[in-house]
Design a protein around this ligand. Structure first.
Ligand code: ZN
Length: 341
């Protein structure tokens, strides 16, 4: 994901950098309503202890992936990861599709090969949902204060914990009681960033190459295939100890129904890391892979802790991930999935 300032803060910062416009800042979005305490959806259909999501196993998957080393787009590490996760999802009955494409990054002269991986269950169902995460790792830990950018970056919680949660959920996907088809989508090129630019002065490399390609393919092919994605749930930076999953602004703006549904489910299963409130110190909106899905007409939300303190630093290692937290997120996803008709 890419951090962005709230619009109000961005206007303030732009002005402090020499802009003398006195245009008023856009009004902030209204905060989410409080979730209803008494809710039939939650009470009748979402029993608390139905799904046993194994957080220790999820953590082991984080370690297995990080043990490969960096998984940067179009490198041997990425190819090894693709082999590992493909075998894993196939073992649990998925059909795995490689969505391959070439992408040119702004700071590079040549195109490189990228691959989104799509693990599908119930391929005959036209009405489908997406659980997704990026699975590429950033070429360098650009938030390191010393600009120590050349050391291997594990990216354990950033992307990898999302992949690991999906690997854990795969154990339960065969014969899962839901009415919809399920696609786990792993996006490549979310952060193939070699030139990070200079914040608020000069734009650097482009993010979200994989999700934008996925979204454009969906738009091009949906009339022919008849597939309709009803919802997309993106996992990013949500598997660490002490995660605080407040409501992300674009999710609220573009998919308020889905967002409220998921946070209600979280409340019903006692998933305390989900906070039904806006807000975070630096921004309320985050640029991430869910934007491309929303642009393609798929209501999509981002489950993310904007304030993860090891974000893009060498400290983002598997020991920061928490079995309890990963199990909590996984339980919310399965409980929500069961309610889809
Ligand atoms: Zn990242």
């Amino acid at each position: 994901m890419k951090r962005t300032l709230s619009r109000t803060a961005a206007v303030f910062l732009a002005c402090s950098l020499g802009c003398f416009s006195n245009a008023p800042a856009p009004a902030p979005l209204p905060p989410p309503e409080d979730p209803p305490k008494k809710d039939k959806f939650a009470e009748d259909r979402l029993p608390k202890t139905e799904f046993a999501v194994d957080g220790d196993r999820a953590l082991q998957y984080v370690k297995d992936l990080c043990d490969i080393g960096p998984r940067i787009s179009d490198t041997a590490g990425m190819r090894k990861q693709q082999e590992l996760v493909t075998k894993h999802f196939e073992k649990f009955g998925a059909t795995v599709t490689r969505q391959e494409f070439l992408a040119k990054q702004r700071s590079k002269n040549d195109k490189i090969a990228m691959t989104n991986l799509i693990a599908s269950w119930y391929p005959d169902r036209k009405k489908r949902i997406i659980f997704c995460s990026h699975y590429d790792t950033r070429p360098a830990a650009h938030e390191e204060p010393e600009r120590n950018w050349n050391k291997p970056f594990a990216s354990a919680n950033d992307g990898t914990s999302g992949v690991a949660i999906l690997m854990e959920l795969a154990h339960q996907m065969k014969d899962f009681p839901t009415g919809v088809g399920v696609d786990f989508v792993l996006f490549d090129g979310e952060e193939y960033i070699l030139d990070p630019g200079v914040p608020y002065v000069r734009e650097g490399d482009k993010y979200f190459l994989g999700s934008e390609f996925f979204a454009s393919e969906y738009t091009k092919t949906k009339a022919k295939t008849g597939i309709k994605y009803e919802a997309g749930i993106l996992l990013d930076l949500c598997g660490h100890d002490g995660a605080r999953l407040a409501v992300e602004g674009y999710s609220w703006k573009f998919a308020p129904k889905l967002l409220t549904e998921v946070w209600k489910v979280a409340e019903s299963v006692g998933a305390k890391s989900f906070k039904y409130e806006r807000g975070f110190q630096r921004a309320t909106e985050v640029l991430d892979d869910h934007l491309a899905l929303n642009d393609a007409g798929i209501p999509s939300i981002d489950i993310i802790d904007f304030d993860y303190k090891h974000w893009h630093t060498l400290g983002d290692t598997p020991d920061k991930c928490s079995p309890k937290q990963m199990a909590e997120v996984g339980t919310v996803l399965l409980t929500w999935l069961k309610a889809q008709k």
